[in-house]
Design a protein around this ligand. Structure first.
Ligand code: 8YV
Length: 332
């Protein structure tokens, strides 16, 4: 008899078919995001779960399902998974790094540019029929080329954004991260390490690419926004909760910074309504990794992880991208 797994959200048919070769699959073709109780009910008897960032895996859920052996996230960020709780119970958790790096960096750059050059705001103006004449200062924004790019969180995606800024647009790149990059990588990216206050004070365009944790909760709030230049832009493609959205909406409304681009929100898919009332913000629904090719790569990597974690396929027992590899049996 095949082991049972739950695929918590709709996903590509061929990826489901790959999973069905090895497992008895329960899926969710309606793509409803279940409540924690519904997720728990669907996990009855399942040894593996294919999840996305919308499904929360915590100690209570794991305790209710001692048969669960693997939770495989179709996302690089894994703040939806209590990893220590998984590790303590011998449950392998996996994510999907690397396959989305360049796509997500493209989007971060695009959102930063749309924000600085007021693309969404001017399109709304045009669509509502408000364009009657050309004016010298109509929708004047700020330059990207030659400006100072600030990157908060210099992991894989942060570095890919820095590379675009330095090599493609002649930007001066400064960054802040928990740990400093080695000198060779800094030289390659033409990026200079600065403390967080300096990053906030100096950046013309600040992009957030750090993981969410209790330590990064509201890393950008009223005090941090107050340090930024009134001409600066802020782009968040990381996670909701890293920015205090209420403080940001207030700062945008009073012109404390010029504009913001947000792909992620506190409590998403709900939005702080104050953000809808300020014109100088570009809002997108968490789509930074959303190209067909990348979503396929993410889904296939999550499936590879689940297949291997449950002892099947060429990598049986060795999922390619584990988060808590200490749970895996040592190789002989
Ligand atoms: C996902 C993301 O689309 O990978 C991540 O961490 O934020 C996005 O690429 C989202 O989390 C759905 O799982």
């Amino acid at each position: 008899m095949k082991p049972k797994i739950y695929v918590a959200r709709a996903v590509f048919d061929d990826v489901l078919a790959r999973l069905r070769e090895h497992f008895e699959v329960s899926d969710n073709p309606s793509d409803q995001v279940g409540t924690p109780a519904e997720l728990s009910a669907r996990l009855q008897g399942q040894v593996g779960a294919f999840i996305t960032g919308s499904e929360r895996i915590d100690a209570e859920l794991l305790d209710a399902h001692p048969q669960l052996k693997a939770v495989c996230n179709m996302a690089v960020g894994y703040n939806n998974i209590d990893v220590p709780a998984c590790t303590a119970r011998g449950v392998i958790a996996t994510n999907t790094p690397d396959v989305l790096t360049e796509t997500t960096a493209d989007f971060g750059f695009a959102l930063m540019m749309a924000t600085a050059r007021r693309i969404a705001e001017s399109e709304h103006f045009l669509r509502r029929g408000a364009w009657t004449k050309w004016s010298y200062d109509m929708f004047t924004g700020s330059d990207i080329h030659g400006a100072t790019l600030g990157v908060l969180g210099m992991g894989r995606i942060g570095q890919a954004i820095a590379r675009r800024g330095a090599l493609g647009f002649g930007m001066k790149v400064i960054y802040h991260n928990r740990s400093r990059l080695d000198a060779a990588t800094e030289a390659d990216l033409k990026a200079s390490y600065v403390d967080k206050d300096m990053l906030l004070r100096e950046a013309d365009h600040l992009v957030l690419v750090l993981p969410y944790s209790s330590a990064s909760h509201h890393a950008i709030g009223a005090a941090e926004l107050a340090l930024m230049k009134p001409t600066a832009t802020l782009t968040n493609i990381a996670r909701g909760g890293i920015v205090d959205d209420a403080a940001l909406a207030a700062a945008l409304a009073r012109g404390q910074i010029a504009a913001a681009g947000l792909d992620v929100f506190e409590g998403e898919p709900a939005l702080n309504p104050a953000l809808l009332n300020v014109p100088n913000v570009v809002l997108t629904p968490h789509i930074a990794s959303a190209t067909v090719a990348t979503r396929r790569a993410m889904a296939n990597l999550a499936a590879d992880n689940l297949i291997a974690a449950l002892g099947f396929g060429p990598n049986a027992g060795r999922p390619p991208t584990p988060i808590n590899s200490e749970v895996l049996k040592p190789t002989a």
